[in-house]
Design a protein around this ligand. Structure first.
Ligand code: PMV
Length: 329
């Protein structure tokens, strides 16, 4: 009987964004990034290589057969694991998200982190944490960071084979909060891979965006070491706005925001002007995530819930890295 392994991973939200690749096939980032892994929003995935070679993989996502695009992406990822483990069996993959899939709430980050861990272990591999981060990166760039808990930095790396492009944990004991303001239902308008490629090819601001990332990383690292929320928040807002500025100035433009996105941004700035340290970030979707102190999170959630167009809020805390929770067979 083949081994079934269940792994869980939390999503992560970048405070210094990843937006652009130096190699599309290997998901090698053009620059580094820095994120916070969350406790509440994540993925639980079970993998077993239990199918006859030639019958293909069977992928179930949130209780239903995965669509063709997702199944192909998971299958391509499993092919890499099979090649490493010298296996030819098909896999059964069952995955549940506690994140709305593909809505800009980073389901691919927790999804590929959990899949990388469950699939590698089910295939009999024992990757080290950096090797696991490299594997997760091959599924989704941001997934490399969800291997680790708390604040995490992803290295751009310099090697062509990507063996030095992995994440490392920075700090996991700083108890901040991220308040997520959900501003739309459903899938985002354009997937991040296509949007990054389009931005790099057509935005006159792309080069400037990439050039600024190292400075943001240095500032963010220093702010985390000093536990200086305001300093980290300033970097997070700057990084998000520069990433979106590059995307918005692509040709044709990529605009992820909706009216509620901007309303939430305005609300966060008003809270700050009134004395509450709160700082926004926005990913490849319309939702707004607010970095704040634990003691202020509930009041910030109430203010955002009361903002026009905000559908609901979720308060998340720093969470652990990807881990195996069950192994049978
Ligand atoms: O991991 P991907 O390919 O889905 O890209 C993630 C891109 C952003 O979420 C917008 C930024 C980031 O660093 O997570």
């Amino acid at each position: 009987m083949s081994r079934a392994v269940t792994a869980v991973a939390g999503t992560n939200i970048a405070l210094v964004k990843y937006w652009g690749k130096r190699d599309a096939a290997l998901n090698l980032p053009a620059a580094g990034s820095l994120s916070l892994t969350l406790d509440r929003l994540g993925t639980r995935t079970t993998v077993a290589f239990d199918r006859v070679a030639g019958d293909g993989d069977r992928v179930t996502l949130n209780g239903a057969a995965a669509d063709a695009k997702t199944a192909a992406r998971v299958g391509a990822f499993l092919d890499r694991i099979r090649a490493l483990a010298k296996l030819d069996a098909g896999a059964t993959v069952v995955s549940e998200n506690s994140v709305p899939t593909a809505a800009g709430l980073a389901s691919s980050a927790s999804g590929f982190a959990a899949l990388a861990l469950a699939a590698s272990r089910a295939a009999g591999l024992e990757p080290s944490p950096p090797e696991l981060s490299v594997l997760a990166r091959l599924g989704s760039g941001s997934a490399a960071r969800s291997i680790f808990g708390g604040f995490v930095e992803m290295a751009a790396g310099a090697r062509a084979d990507g063996s030095d492009a992995f994440a490392r944990p920075l700090e996991s004991a700083w108890d901040v909060r991220l308040v997520v303001a959900v501003t739309a239902a459903g899938e985002k308008t354009m997937g991040s891979t296509a949007a990054m490629e389009h931005t790099a090819r057509t935005s006159p601001y792309y080069e400037a965006w990439v050039r600024g990332v190292d400075g943001d990383l240095t500032a963010a690292r220093a702010a985390i070491t000093a536990r200086d929320l305001a300093a980290l928040g300033v970097v997070a807002e700057r990084s998000a706005l520069r990433m979106h500025a590059a995307a918005m100035t692509a040709d044709p433009a990529i605009i992820y925001w909706n009216p509620a996105t901007l309303a939430a941004v305005v609300r966060v700035r008003a809270l700050r002007a009134a004395g509450t340290p709160a700082f926004f970030t926005i990913d490849a979707g319309p939702h707004v995530k607010v970095l704040c102190a634990a003691a202020d999170a509930d009041a910030i959630a109430v203010a955002l819930d009361d903002t026009l167009g905000v559908l609901r809020t979720i308060v998340a805390a720093p969470g652990p890295g990807a881990r195996v929770i069950e192994e049978t067979g």
